[in-house]
Design a protein around this ligand. Structure first.
Ligand code: LLP
Length: 456
């Protein structure tokens, strides 16, 4: 099943071109034709044709202002802290988009970061995110990564198991520091999402089972080199309803209450990320204001600072993958549009059968006939597609296309499969743009590889 294939609402079945033409603001796009040969699609006030000229294709383009606005919407949904409790803290899940330029946009707005590796720690710090706002999640933290997090003085290491707790104790002792930790619990809640994206089910590899929560919490609390600052959970990704969040808070409250009874006061409750976006025309997405209200209703009386870790919701709609049509092909069954972006550049369709709208980067005559095509890349695998059975207007070789909703889990999951250089990245910001990561040459790609001496 594709991600949220069932969650079809009003607009389901509408072709991408009609959908995007009716809702350009949703993607931060201006679509009016401006007489340029490739038409006038603009993102953040910059013509995408100009960006394609400067950076080549495939290229990811991110809209800084769109990201700022979405961060503001999450913050306003969560409101401010009451009765001396600090305001809720939004820690962007860096795994969704780790471009330094994007992280800097968020850092400037005072956002924190949720990281899952030493590499992401480095990126978050490099982008200027305060260590005091960095959380370290992840089911397999190495000793080196734990040491780096301790040295950086981050806000909280989110502990995943009893064994990991033991290792963090040892590393904290070796560093002779008092290290803030939270326990990431597994509340066993079904987020009703794609099976690959559920993380808080009893059988998933993530989090500490609820039955172990008290024992581990007391161990952490009593350890001289640890400070138990909170509890955390993350039940999954691409969640479109507030109900699973309410349910997980309910479970978390039991442990918070039991700890309070045992004389252990916490400072924060981290509810993870997972806010879902609408990828298909008309698909349901989370109502962020309603989600924020639900979180506040369920948590206000706890007197804990609320922390959230959204990734996708902050950036997905603010990113476009630009690709050019290489050619067309008609098989005995299907018609194909072959483009220069492939599964190595955007893996989500191949991995999750995920849907991304694809439209020409020009205005399209609403009356233009549509044909059903597969949009595929040049990689030698049948799983290499960006869209299957999609209704598209006629496109010409060389034409520029936009793959939308590509700002989250796009570039970060890209690879050099088939020895294809990674896509370039561009940030647009209210009429300006910069190539923030140029495409590397094939020479650079081969650069650090060696043939062993005995084979030379
Ligand atoms: N916090 C933790 C501990 C996580 O594991 C994740 C995502 C997040 C926060 C952020 O979740 P978000 O708000 O972005 O849904 N590659 C998949 C998504 C995998 C998400 C993994 N964990 C995709 O392309 O849909």
């Amino acid at each position: 099943m594709g991600v949220n294939e069932d969650a079809r609402g009003e607009g389901a079945g509408i072709p991408d071109t009609a959908w995007v033409a009716a809702h350009p603001e949703r993607y931060g796009l201006e679509l009016s034709a401006r007489g340029a040969t490739e038409g006038g699609a603009r993102l953040g006030g910059v013509a995408l044709a100009e960006i394609a000229q400067a950076a080549g294709t495939p290229t990811y383009v991110y809209d800084a202002e769109g990201i700022r606005q979405r961060l503001a919407r999450v913050r306003s949904a969560l409101g401010s802290g009451k009765g001396g409790v600090p305001d809720p803290l939004v820690c962007f899940a860096v795994k969704a988009n780790s471009a330094l330029a994007v992280l800097r946009v968020l850092a400037r707005e005072g956002a924190g970061a949720d990281i899952v590796s030493g590499g992401e720690l480095r990126r978050a710090l490099e982008a200027g995110i305060s260590p005091q706002r960095i959380l370290f999640s992840g089911v397999g933290k190495t000793d080196d990564e734990i040491d780096a997090a301790i040295a950086a003085g981050i806000r909280s290491i989110n502990v995943e198991s009893s064994e990991e707790l033991q290792r963090i104790m040892a590393r904290a002792g070796a560093a002779n520091k008092s290290v803030p930790v939270s326990l990431r619990l597994n509340p066993d809640v079904d987020p009703e999402t794609h099976p690959y994206l559920a993380t808080g089910l009893r059988q998933s590899k993530f989090g500490i089972p609820m039955v172990q929560a008290m024992e581990l919490a007391m161990r952490a609390h009593r350890h001289p080199n640890l400070r138990l600052v909170g509890l955390a959970c993350h039940i999954g990704s691409q969640i479109v309803d507030a109900a699973p969040y309410r349910e997980s808070v309910m479970h978390m409250r039991r442990t918070i209450g039991a700890l309070r009874d045992a004389g252990v006061a916490l400072a924060q409750l981290d509810l993870g990320g997972g806010l879902g976006v609408a990828y298909r025309p008309g698909e349901a997405e989370i109502d962020v204001a309603a989600w924020g209200r639900a979180v506040r209703i369920e948590t206000d009386d706890l007197g804990l600072q609320i922390v959230v870790e959204p990734g996708r919701w902050l950036v997905a709609e603010c990113g476009v993958l630009l690709t050019r049509v290489i050619g067309r092909k008609r098989g005995e069954g299907n018609a194909f549009i072959i483009v220069d972006a492939a599964m190595n550049d955007l893996l989500r369709p191949a991995l999750y059968e995920a849907y991304h709208p694809i439209v020409p980067a020009r205005s399209v005559d609403p009356e233009a006939p549509l044909t059903i095509v597969d949009v595929v890349g040049p990689v030698c695998e049948s799983g290499d597609f960006l869209a299957l059975g999609r209704a598209m207007p006629a496109v010409e070789p060389g034409e520029l296309l936009m793959v939308l909703d590509a700002g989250a889990y796009g570039m970060v999951m890209a690879s050099t499969y088939n020895t294809r250089p990674l896509p370039a990245e561009v940030l647009v910001d209210e009429g300006r743009f910069a190539v923030t990561r140029p495409r590397r040459s094939i020479d650079a790609l081969l650069g650090d590889e060696a043939i062993p001496a005995w084979l030379r």
